[in-house]
Write a protein that binds this ligand. Structure first.
Ligand code: NAG
Ligand code: NAG
Length: 491
């Protein structure tokens, strides 16, 4: 008896070891195969890109420089003039959402700026919680109605106010418990493209050019640059220069891109790539792709692909192609995963589920292998100093070099190869959208005047922060101009 069961156990172990080895071997085979393909396509896109049309590199996520966005916009305007290709502005919209009365004034300011100062012809869409207009639940209903009238009066036909039901996280007492409502932006399907803006921010310039990103792009946003260290940046420059064998001088890219736009050639493969070292774990993409496919299997846990990338999409400003398919996926699939999880909000949903940088590479590559020329990329990275600057960075010397170089892994260099740095004044002029973020300082509307929270060099020094006087004056001036514009809300 004993002998039999011992034999059985031996047999079982034999089988187990066998299965395990087959798994490992098949993984190695897949790994090897992926590696060869990746090597092949990497070379293919590096060497052939000038002549390619309609085949997109799936092994990179691309960043689009500000200059190139402007060039695309000018090209569209020119086509309208010369070839009578009318731009249908009614298919474009700026979108804000408001679930809290304190934010309503900001929408008035931003929509008013967009229309009066920047002369946009796109629609201005406000999504506002039904609750705020319900006399039973809303305390300041008269004030809200007055503000809504003012918003509508900016332009009777251009402004669209929609009542919505909040997406609330149950049992979450934090101020962000209604932030998932933002996802309704993906449902604004009557528009071809929308620019979503958080409204706790100041708009410095027109954003219309963002409507003219290449048509296949469904999602574009700046990245959370503030999570990056000096070391991360150095590594990324190194990667581009040595591993990718490309120059890091941004100007050499924008020149080529401008030429291609003029000739009507595809630009995607020529855009600067987001350095892999910033979001993939290994130096080996095949490894990362395989561990994404099998990350649910305990066998593969030890490959250590679980480290979460620091770099994510910021959700303050997003260029989105609304789609029923994406929205249904959000409602049916992604929201249920996140709605009851502690400390998970809109940005987590977007980055962990919808547009996770690592998953994008994986999905792109797997899809590309199947369909080749039918593959089209859906995601682009926007330059963060132009579209995603935080007020806090103006007071943070560690961010100053980043503000001048907002295409990650690349630098603005002059003819001698020296770095061109922007002064803080220039940075603020360059920036089109600055988000109020100065924790622990509150949002500006909780204060009477800038005097109550202003920056001064002595005060900062006593808290251990050495600042140039210019830093304080630039920072203060951003808030002062916001406080000035707030006057249009007084009723
Ligand atoms: C959401 O948070 C606010 C305060 O931040 C609180 O007053 C409200 O009750 C919360 N809502 C829910 C459903 O927990
Ligand atoms: C999404 O949009 C559709 C069509 O406009 C609308 O009928 C539906 O109520 C919207 N869903 C939500 C949750 O707002």
């Amino acid at each position: 008896m004993r002998l039999v069961s011992k034999r059985r156990i031996g047999f079982l172990i034999f089988i187990l070891v066998g299965v395990f080895s087959v798994c490992i071997i098949s993984r190695c085979v897949v790994h090897f195969q992926y590696n060869e393909e990746i090597k092949y396509y990497k070379k293919f896109f590096q060497q052939k890109k000038d002549g390619l049309q309609e085949i997109y590199n799936p092994l990179e996520i691309k960043q689009i420089p500000g200059e190139t966005i402007d060039d695309l916009y000018s090209a569209s305007l020119e086509k309208e003039l010369k070839n009578n290709q009318i731009i249908e502005w009614s298919k474009f919209a700026y979108v804000n959402y408001v679930t809290d009365v304190d934010y309503l004034c900001n929408t008035l300011i931003i929509f008013n700026d967009l229309k009066e100062q920047f002369k946009t012809k796109a629609k201005l869409v406000l999504l506002i919680s039904r609750d705020l207009l319900d006399p039973d639940t809303s305390a300041n209903i008269d004030q809200i109605k007055l503000l809504l009238d003012k918003i509508q009066a900016i332009d009777e036909s251009q402004v669209i106010i929609k009542l919505i039901d909040n997406i609330v996280k149950p049992k979450d007492p934090t101020p962000w418990n209604e932030s998932l409502t933002k996802l309704l932006v993906f449902n604004q399907t009557e528009f071809e493209r929308v620019i979503y803006l958080d409204n706790d921010a100041t708009l410095r310039s027109s954003l219309d050019e963002l409507f003219f990103l290449p048509k296949y792009i469904k999602f574009a946003a700046p990245l959370t640059y503030w999570f990056l260290s000096e070391h991360d940046l150095e590594k990324s420059y190194h990667e581009i220069k040595f591993k990718e064998k490309q120059p890091i001088n941004l100007g050499s890219y924008t020149k080529v891109l401008a030429n291609r736009i003029r000739k009507g050639q595809m630009i995607y493969n020529h855009l600067p790539s987001l350095p892999h070292s910033l979001y993939l774990n290994s130096n080996n993409i095949a490894q990362d792709i395989i561990s994404s496919t099998s990350s649910s299997s305990p066998l593969f846990y030890f490959h250590g692909s679980k480290k979460v990338s620091k770099l994510k999409f910021a959700s303050n400003l997003m260029v989105i192609k609304p789609s029923k398919k994406t929205f249904d996926e959000i409602v049916e699939d992604t929201l249920p995963k996140i709605i009851n999880k502690k400390d998970k909000y809109d940005m987590d949903l977007i980055n962990e589920e919808l547009y996770n940088l690592k998953k994008i590479i994986y999905k792109q590559f797997i899809f590309f292998r199947k369909v080749r020329k039918l593959f089209k990329p859906e995601v682009l990275v926007l330059p963060f100093a132009r579209y995603g600057l935080l007020t806090g960075s103006l007071k943070n010397p560690k961010h100053y070099s980043m503000i001048s170089n907002d295409v990650l892994g690349y630098k603005n260099l002059d003819e001698n190869g020296d770095e061109i740095t922007r002064s803080l004044d220039d940075a603020v002029t360059y920036s089109k959208y600055i988000h109020f973020s100065d924790y622990p300082i509150g949002k500006p509307w909780v204060y009477q005047s800038v005097k109550d929270f202003e920056c001064n060099v002595e005060k900062e020094k006593s808290r251990g922060l050495e600042l140039e006087p210019q830093a304080c004056s630039v920072w203060n001036s951003v808030y002062e101009s916001y406080m000035q514009t707030r006057k249009i809300c007084s009723v």
